[in-house]
Design a protein around this ligand. Sequence first.
Ligand code: NAP
Length: 524
Amino acid sequence: MEIAVESMASGVGMRKNETLICAPLMADTVDQVVNLMHKSKATGADIVEIRLDHLKSFDPHSDIQKLIKECPLPTLFTYRPIWEGGQYDGDENTRFNALQLCMKLGADHIDIELKAAHEFNKFLNGGKPEKCKVIVSSHNYDSTPSSEELGNLVARIQAAGADIVKFATTAVDITDVARVFQITVHCQVPIIAMVMGERGLMSRILCPKFGGYLTFGTLEAGKVSAPGQPTIEQLLNLYNFRLIDSDTKVFGIIGKPVSHSKSPKLYNRAFREDGFNGVFLHLLVDDLPKFFDTYSSSDFSGFSCTIPHKEVALSRCDEVDPVAKSIGAVNCVIRRPNDGKLFGCNTDYIGAISAIEDGLRENGASGPVSPLAGKLFVVIGAGGAGKALAYGAKEKGARVVIANRTYERAKELAEIIGGQALSLADLESFHPESGMILANTTSIGMQPKIEETPVPQEALKHYELVFDAVYTPKITRLLGEAQEVGAKIVTGVEMFIGQAYEQYERFTGLPAPKQLFKEIMGDH
Ligand code: NAP
């Protein structure tokens, strides 16, 4: 099969690699499978995997002919037995007969399990049509073996007569994927190498970078043939799969949990529009030092860090920006291209403070100095975001008050930055003056507990501006009630966008496409 490869300017529809997107099709009837084949083509798949073991009734002669004849894309036939994670529980002879028939009737690929390959070869007795490529596969649903064991596995698969090697392992840790990339790069024959599970996601997205033959993409979220498969739509539009090549720089958001993060959507769209050769991934990381040690090549160029890794990130960077050091948290890590060292900084405070300053200016503040200078600035929370806001407000000349559930933490932070501490309970009656600024930096009011708020509405009338770091939902109960009493509001989405501007510029060296970021986040 020939794939037209374009290497012109980037954009949707362009293609810089030959790695195929394969849609696994699992349905009860042949008609349903045919329907899904057409959907696969319309969605952008290059090839379909027909899972014969999922058909509820199956007449090999007429059904295989129909499936091949009506398929608008190249085919891969798989008849997976129960002992390898599939649904087929009949005898091997019937299964081999059906696969042989697929080959004779014009299938482009068939898949046979390594454990059955020797018997299948004996069964075929050399009678293999030239056109049909045989994928010999192995699946490990528990773990990812050592590099040496994987090397041996690939050798055994090749010795079993594979035209294409396939193995899928399971990611216990995200660093397992590195061993699979290493095998993929060095394999002498076409290879499909996947690491299953959320921690293995990057194996499915970065395979064009390392020369993988194909990746699997589903038609619908959740309708997977193996754990961790993204949708075709996500591969194409969220991760710019067609634009990934061996030079593509890898970026990502490191967190646990991380799948909810909107950062990949933001950065990948901007990379595509700017023609920047990078990809931004969701990285589910358990052990940050191990992650940094494993992915230490210059290709892994920059990371955003979120809960719970901001403090550890600070301790693992080779150099840390003094502001991030004072805040005690790093949310952006850059690998310096000249020496590979990790540089950490904090863009949270810039994002939040500039959004609040903009809000005050929209409210009429003017002049060259920050509109925060001299204001009484009340921060609720003393965690990572609380420290960033308190530090940033202090830097701009505000008088800072910290209110926190754990009073000791409020006191500690207040002492460091030279402010006042309050308990959360005292906040309600705290109104020494009007025109104050309130910044919630706790997760109170975040989805799913959207009915919660950190301060009663009555207390909000003393504030000129209320900010909430929570950005799901965009308008929290706190912000809704603040608006009702006439305060100016600034949302967590504005902070998110503001910190992303900074990170984008540090990652790419290009000015952030600000309007685009606002449009993507629905904040224009
Ligand atoms: P963190 O370091 O874990 O700090 C959490 C803070 O919230 C602590 O002060 C904690 O008080 C307080 N808290 C948590 N649950 C509470 C509750 N039920 N009642 C009262 N106080 C509570 O987290 P973080 O990194 O600062 O993040 C905090 C929030 O900011 C999250 O919702 C996060 O999504 C948001 N955030 C938004 C952006 C953005 O760009 N918009 C950026 C960063 C963070 P104790 O000290 O008593 O435990």
